[in-house]
Design a protein around this ligand. Structure first.
Ligand SMILES: NC(=O)c1ccc[n+]([C@@H]2O[C@H](COP(=O)([O-])OP(=O)(O)OC[C@H]3O[C@@H](n4cnc5c(N)ncnc54)[C@H](O)[C@@H]3O)[C@@H](O)[C@H]2O)c1
Length: 462
């Protein structure tokens, strides 16, 4: 039976998730009302400009805006009229305790309830701890007019920044938490060929946390294996390739790097730890992944200090500041975290990134920002690659060397051909790439499997 049906959808929050959902759902044929409370963002959106860098999103957004498939609003009240479904796509940023701050989504939900004049399905796309949909439903019941029915459903979003349009249109699964008519309504928003998983709301909310925590564990594990490879003098890329070829494990997220970061994994791992604690449980694997992630960055700084002969006063060109290639988002960026450690060790960090938007609180993590690669590396003692932007992979080591004061290059994302850099006279290092600065000769101690010769001699061994 055909599931997909064109609908009128109100989307609350025009950030990475809300804008992608707006553009993609419009592309699929739905009519979209988008509410964004930040007036600067709203006026950019009204001009057809996207306030974030997300490949492919600008085209589908502009087309939908021009054809009238997306309409913009400043308040929920304005946009709600005629909407069959409301998607909440607002932020749930972490608090210092690790718990997500749910006040933004609570106030968005109550705004919807206050404005609703007929039966409304409120669908939570934001990442929220198990039990939040139930709590939001109670908040809605408090504010809604008599006789108006509201039900809250969970439909977590799994898109990756940098490829959000592709991910939205080609999801591995669409998860819907809830029951009754609301589930069929949410299911009808997605094309028939997308695979659905429906379950209870708490389970659906937990799938998002557990998925992100598992991905973080995978990256931390890959970096732990990479550290072993460095010390053993073997190549982590090949070792991890061999590990990932096991279909039970899979090769994704097994790349050695400067660690995980971004708008989701740090907040969702600390969120999962906090959720477990609040229920009297431990999240030891996830806590371990968080610690291992910090350890990866500390190890990098130690290695750099060793090869540069001390980081105090050293000029480091940090190439890449966003949390990964393909996005301008710098929330919890591993490169910026690394910059902070390098600065604390006394180095002068000159950052360069083609896209990154630094928040006010991040500006001091680097000493200055260059507007070109050449400007960043001019007189530098070391280059550190913090993000895998393709322009860094295209650099010519010989011309870099001429402009630098020192000769250290550290590839934190596996994008450089280190042999070429060594040939150009660099001390070229990467993560898990068997470089001489880490190699230790192995002396095997006798192990317990040495044969008991006396027993063999006695004929006791079969
Ligand atoms: N960014 C990702 O890659 C990603 C992926 C999957 C899930 N998520 C989750 O989705 C949620 C949103 O993430 P994001 O990255 O899009 O956040 P974001 O901060 O980029 O966007 C949120 C937007 O909501 C707006 N907003 C807040 N309150 C509002 C209100 N009452 N009315 C209208 N607009 C309002 C803000 O101004 C902002 O533009 C979070 O819970 C996040 O964890 C994010």
């Amino acid at each position: 039976m055909k599931r997909f049906k064109e609908s009128t959808i109100l989307i609350v929050g025009g950030g990475y998730v809300g804008l992608t959902a707006a553009g993609c759902f419009a592309e699929l044929g739905h009519r979209i009302h988008l509410v964004e409370k930040d007036l600067d963002r709203l006026s950019m959106l009204a001009k057809g400009e996207i306030p974030i860098y997300e490949p492919g999103l600008d085209e589908i957004y502009e087309m939908a805006l021009q054809s009238g498939k997306i309409q913009l609003h400043q308040t929920v009240e304005e946009g709600l009229f005629g909407a069959e479904v409301v998607l909440l796509c607002v932020g749930t940023p972490p608090m210092p305790s690790g718990d997500p701050n749910l006040s933004i989504i609570a106030s968005a939900a109550s705004e919807v309830a206050r404005s609703a004049t007929g039966p409304t399905f409120v669908v939570v796309k934001s990442t929220v701890p198990p039990g939040t949909c139930e709590a939001l439903e109670l908040i809605c019941l408090d504010s809604v007019r008599d006789g108006v029915e509201i039900s809250v459903l969970s439909n977590p979003e799994f898109l990756r920044e940098g490829r959000s349009v592709y991910d939205f249109m080609n999801p591995d699964r669409v998860v819907i938490g809830g029951e009754g008519e609301g589930v069929s309504k949410v299911a009808s928003l997605y094309p028939d060929e997308m695979e659905l998983l429906t379950l209870d709301r708490r389970g659906s909310e937990l799938i998002k946390y557990a998925s992100n925590a598992f991905l973080a564990v995978k990256v931390s594990f890959a970096n732990e294996v990479a550290a072993l490879c460095e010390t053993l003098g073997t190549k982590a890329q090949s070792v991890l390739l061999g590990v990932g070829m096991d279909s039970r494990i899979g090769g994704d997220f097994l790349n050695p790097s400067i660690g995980w970061g971004g708008s989701c994994l740090p907040k969702d791992t600390s969120g999962m730890v906090a959720i477990s604690k609040s229920l009297g449980l431990n999240s030891l694997v996830v806590e371990g992944a968080i610690e291992a992630n910090d350890d990866t960055r500390r190890r990098i700084v130690d290695r750099l200090a060793r090869v540069t002969g001390g980081l105090r006063g050293a000029k480091v060109a940090l190439l890449g500041l966003s949390f990964k290639a393909g996005t301008d988002d710098t929330r919890d960026s591993p490169a910026i975290y690394l910059a902070g450690l390098l600065k604390r060790a006394g180095s002068v960090v000159v950052g360069y990134d083609p896209m990154a938007r630094l928040h006010e609180s991040q500006v001091d993590s680097i000493s200055s920002r260059a507007s070109t690669i050449e400007e960043a590396i001019d007189g530098a003692d070391a280059i550190v690659i913090g993000v895998g932007w393709s322009e860094f992979g295209d650099m010519n080591p010989n011309s870099l060397r001429e402009k630098m004061a020192g000769s250290v290059v550290f590839d934190g994302v596996g994008i450089l051909d280190l042999d070429k850099y060594s040939e150009a006279g660099f001390v070229a290092m990467g993560i898990g790439r068997g470089h001489q600065d880490r190699f230790k000769p192995i002396i095997w101690r006798p192990l317990s499997w040495t044969i008991d010769e006396s027993a063999e001699a006695r004929g006791d061994v079969a």
